[in-house]
Write a protein that binds this ligand. Structure first.
Ligand code: IMP
Length: 428
């Protein structure tokens, strides 16, 4: 298998964890390239369920090297907890690598995440409050601390002092919050440094050496296209490039190495946090309620109930363009078995103008009215289907419609949460 990027095509929670875990054994390495522990992946392995936030999905396979790339922001405490949890469950983490260039989420980033949100009042983003935004902010402001700074007390103290000169006045004067000292932070972080030292490496070199040896890499995206800082529904986005382009800057690998881009697309759509969502259904609506409960649409990271809506064709087409998708994995198709008819959004009406992709300006997107095509449901259990041909005709038609709207082939279809509840159509 050649190298590939796996990316979310909607607002996250498309089932990336399952698909990533499924295809990971085909690769020699899985690298996370952005985001942090705002992400949450549930991996179902036999009768065990693992909730991972930072460690790449490839961790479950001994012959796969899992790498946390330079574009990720790492909360060391969370990483250690995840390592301990995996080891206690009998999953070895000895192959795990963490980029020395990955930025560290400091305790004051979490404090500021909460304070900024409060400050925004009704305009809040609905962040996960994990300190993601403030950490990326400091990275860009060039006052961040990186994993490699943990390896040298002198450097840590120097970088930390520079950061605190800017951070403490904000905490104290703007938000009336407790400040931090370098000593206090080194006390806490020196313990993390000792635990994480064996994992920290020059990951770009490691990845490029693997490629030179003819090995393959899966670039694992977190969050999704419409949460991308540049291409998402700004300002209701996360603070990193979740789209396929982020894979190269977030890992230090050249673009020529990427052969395929697999977009994970749920058969309907969900969103957590604030911001526009054209096909949203109210939870009080019969169908909205059904999608939420049958789909189990509650967040892995924060437990928040996700907003649910019908499949959004313009978003699918936009994602194909922004990411250069070569393949789609259509997930949770089985959830739609509960409906007699299924409305599919084929276009938007924005002030009388029809759009088949996301409109150029946010103001238009905010008032986009979905144009629906009602398609027949199939009303039968499809969780046992293992080929496209075994699916009922109405389900096949649904898959074909997704392909037509997205402008990309559907290569994988997920018909249930377990690994084996998957149709491998044209992925390998
Ligand atoms: P942040 O990434 O915590 O700053 O949150 C920014 C926005 O991205 C909020 O709307 C979050 O709910 C959303 N978000 C962040 N991570 C995820 C994810 O993994 N799945 C879905 N939404 C996410």
């Amino acid at each position: 298998m050649s190298s590939a990027v796996l990316v979310g095509t909607q607002w996250g929670d498309e089932g990336k964890g399952k698909i990533c875990d499924l295809v990971a054994p085909e690769f020699d390495c899985v690298v996370r390239y952005q985001g942090g522990n705002n992400a949450g992946h549930t991996i179902v392995c036999g009768d065990k369920k693992f909730g991972l936030h930072l460690v790449p999905s490839g961790i479950m396979y001994e012959n796969v090297t899992p790498v946390i790339g330079n574009g990720v922001v790492v909360d060391p405490k969370v990483l250690i907890e995840e390592i301990d949890m995996l080891e206690n469950e009998g999953v070895s983490t000895k192959n795990l690598k963490v980029s020395g260039n990955a930025h560290i989420i400091m305790p004051y980033h979490r404090d500021l995440d909460g304070a900024f949100e409060e400050c925004l009042g009704k305009n809040n983003i609905g962040t996960t409050k994990r300190g993601i935004g403030p950490c990326y902010q400091d990275k860009m402001a060039r006052i961040g601390l990186r994993m490699q700074d943990l390896l040298d007390e002198g450097i840590f103290r120097e970088r930390c002092g520079i950061a605190l000169d800017r951070i403490n006045p904000q905490l104290e004067k703007l938000f009336n919050l407790p400040t931090y000292t370098v000593d206090q932070l080194w006390d806490e972080f020196s313990a993390y440094a000792e635990r994480l030292r064996p994992y920290i490496c020059e990951s770009s070199l490691l990845l490029n050496n693997m490629l030179e040896e003819g090995k393959s890499i899966l670039f694992e995206g977190a969050q999704a296209t419409l949460l991308d800082i540049d291409h998402g529904t700004y300002p209701y986005v996360t603070s990193s490039n979740c789209t396929a382009g982020g894979s190269v800057t977030g890992s230090g690998v050249g673009m020529k190495n990427i052969d395929r881009v697999l977009g994970i697309m749920k058969a309907y759509i969900t969103r957590v946090g604030m911001g526009p969502m054209p096909t949203e259904l109210s939870y009080d609506d019969e169908f909205g309620h059904k999608l939420t409960e049958i789909g189990g649409e509650y967040g892995v990271t924060t437990g928040r109930r996700r907003r649910c809506g019908w499949f959004d064709g313009p978003i699918a087409r936009y994602s194909t363009r922004i990411n250069g998708l070569t393949d789609i994995a259509l997930t949770k198709l089985d959830v739609l078995s509960a409906f007699d008819t299924i409305p599919v959004c084929v276009a938007y009406d924005c002030d009388g103008v029809r759009y088949t992709s996301v409109p150029e300006h946010q103001a238009l997107f905010a008032k986009a009215k979905p144009v629906y095509k009602e398609v027949p449901g199939w009303r039968e259990d499809i969780t046992g289907c293992r080929s496209y041909e075994e699916l009922p005709q109405a389900a096949r038609d649904y898959v074909d419609l997704v392909e037509e709207l997205a402008g990309c082939r559907v290569s994988i279809i997920a018909v249930g949460p377990d690994r084996e509840q998957t149709i491998m159509r044209s992925w390998n």
